[in-house]
Write a protein that binds this ligand. Structure first.
Ligand code: COA
Length: 264
């Protein structure tokens, strides 16, 4: 982001995640997070569209705005490519289905996950987080002005988060809000606890510890808690949060810059 806006301070010389086009093996302890620039004109939209399931194609066809339709095709096409690379399969034959409450998943004949993953997108960027067997949730938000931040915070944030928001300097208010928001969304997506019931009685973040990613290497040491959480900043335009079941994970963050090729 090159110019300061109300609620969002400019971030300059911001390190990006390492760019890769190969998919490393996913060991039991691993969490792989891929950032993709959906706006890259180099992604093969027509080929990605052909790899989609009939259901995904119908969803794309129902998406009225051209940009939203392309966005959907690229992120689903890339998700299929990545899953196919990890599962030694082909994008069009990856058995992507929709689980409880709309969550995409890949399960075997017995209904068990073949691996676990979660996705999030915001304003031209997307993240895909994958693990062999641990539950995972991820949320990404483009840094932008959020005029209604205080109103949303009153409804969804913990008292501590509300205090932090109130204390934030004006030019950082939206960023502070978006960081808390991604923590909430990632926890909701990892734990499977819906937002709609309200979090007054139970907060999915309460059992989650804190950690951070070294953006230069894309790695981080995990805190030892039941759920582990990391702040994600794939580049200067975005903030995000990753929540993963358990502790002791090995986190590897990359930007996907071309069709992935599995390392064998
Ligand atoms: C589901 C929800 C968390 C998605 O968040 P969002 O900020 O709107 O959008 P994001 O880009 O971050 O995430 C969308 C992706 O999350 C994934 N997703 C969808 N439903 C999901 C669920 N129930 N749990 C986890 N991930 C889900 C999908 O991959 C989806 O991408 P897709 O459009 O390509 O299929 C959000 O719509 C929400 O909070 N809804 C409130 C209703 C609710 O609580 N639902 C149950 C959540 S467990």
């Amino acid at each position: 982001m090159s110019t300061a806006r109300s609620g969002v301070a400019a971030r300059t010389s911001f390190p990006r995640w390492p760019a890769w086009s190969t998919v490393p093996a996913l060991h039991p302890r691993d969490v792989h997070v891929w950032f993709v620039n959906l706006d890259d004109p180099g992604w093969p939209e027509a080929r990605f569209a052909r790899s989609l399931s009939p259901l995904e194609r119908r969803r794309a066809a129902r998406t009225a705005r051209r940009r939203d339709r392309r966005d959907l095709i690229i992120r689903r096409g890339l998700l299929r490519l990545l899953l196919a690379s990890y599962l030694a399969s082909r994008p069009e034959t990856v058995g992507l289905s929709t689980g409880a409450s709309g969550r995409p998943e890949v399960v075997d004949a017995a209904g068990e996950p073949r691996l676990r993953f979660n996705c999030s997108r915001s304003e031209g960027g997307a993240v895909i987080a994958l693990t062999a067997a641990r539950r995972v949730g991820v949320d990404l938000e483009a840094l932008r002005d959020v005029p209604e931040a205080h109103r949303i915070a009153e409804r969804w944030f913990t008292p501590r988060e509300q205090r932090a928001l109130a204390a934030a300097p004006t030019d950082r208010r939206s960023e502070v809000f978006l960081r808390s928001w991604t923590r909430l969304e990632a926890a909701v997506k990892a734990t499977g606890e819906g937002l709609t019931e309200g979090l007054g009685q139970w907060d999915p973040r309460s059992s989650i510890g804190a950690g951070s990613v070294d953006p230069r290497s894309g790695r981080a040491a995990a805190p030892s808690v039941t759920w582990s959480t990391w702040t994600l900043e794939p580049d200067a335009r975005y903030v995000g949060t990753l929540v993963v079941e358990g502790a002791g994970q090995r986190l590897v963050c990359r930007e996907l810059v071309a069709d992935p090729v599995a390392e064998r």
